[in-house]
Design a protein. Structure first.
Length: 242
């Protein structure tokens, strides 16, 4: 079980103090938690915009950079999910002493997987940092939205501890730094891929739209198909072994 120091529990009490003070604020936080248009679409839209409208005459270079960001984003999500499977850390809403701090608005949604690190923060902070390197103003806006619209909302509703948010940010920073350190090795392949995208712009745009849609929903539809496949495979194997 992952330990939580007193300062972290005090911070949880501080963030929880915002919940239940206003029905309107609770509604806003609930929307930020459950509405993909507010939560993830800003990040997916930013990537799609930069792909479709790159700065000339450096379109190929910018698209190569975007592909690097996508690789880092995928790596962050995989590492975050792997750590969640390995580190036992129930969400605050699943701990009775902590759950008592939150209003019924957030109690209805039960989460039964581990909380460290925040895969939402790992995913979206990678994109925000990556976009910052290409478009500073847009990147700053995404970083702020990541902290407020994603981080603050999940802390205030008892979905995460502060360390989960910081862990997601650390994974995002490390993933982006790792991919950039491998630039000399990755660049030729990514440049060829960006060149192919220039030859087939329609197919490339549709493919990017699908990827950005999945990013906007934290790959929920892909996870649903994967879970269906996992359960189906288990049932098939059980039937064959009987």
């Amino acid at each position: 079980m992952m330990p939580h120091p007193p300062i972290e529990l005090w911070l949880m009490s501080f963030f929880a103090s915002f919940a239940g003070t206003s029905e309107f604020l609770d509604g806003v936080i609930h929307l930020l938690l459950t509405n993909d248009l507010l939560k993830g679409v800003p990040f997916g839209t930013a990537l799609l915009l930069l792909w479709v409208v790159p700065r000339e005459p450096h379109a190929a270079k910018e698209r190569t950079s975007l592909l690097t960001i996508l690789l880092a984003t995928g790596f962050s999500l995989v590492i975050g999910r792997a750590m969640q499977n390995l580190i036992a850390s129930p969400r605050p809403l699943m701990v009775p002493e902590m759950a008592a701090l939150y209003p019924p608005t957030f109690q209805d949604y039960r989460l039964d997987w581990n909380t460290f690190p925040s895969d939402h923060m790992a995913l979206y902070f990678t994109i925000a940092l990556g976009v910052y390197s290409l478009r500073r103003a847009l990147g700053i806006g995404l970083i702020l939205w990541c902290l407020v619209g994603v981080g603050f909302a999940r802390l205030s509703a008892g979905y995460h501890y502060p360390m989960d948010i910081l862990g997601g940010m650390a994974i995002a920073s490390g993933s982006l730094a790792l991919m950039r350190s491998m630039h000399a090795w990755l660049e030729p392949s990514l440049a060829r891929l960006a060149g192919l995208a220039g030859l087939y712009p329609g197919l490339a745009t549709v493919s990017m739209f699908i990827i950005c849609f999945q990013i906007s929903t934290v790959f929920d539809t892909v996870r649903g198909i994967g879970e269906f496949g996992r359960v189906g495979m288990r049932l098939v194997l059980t039937a064959l072994l009987q």
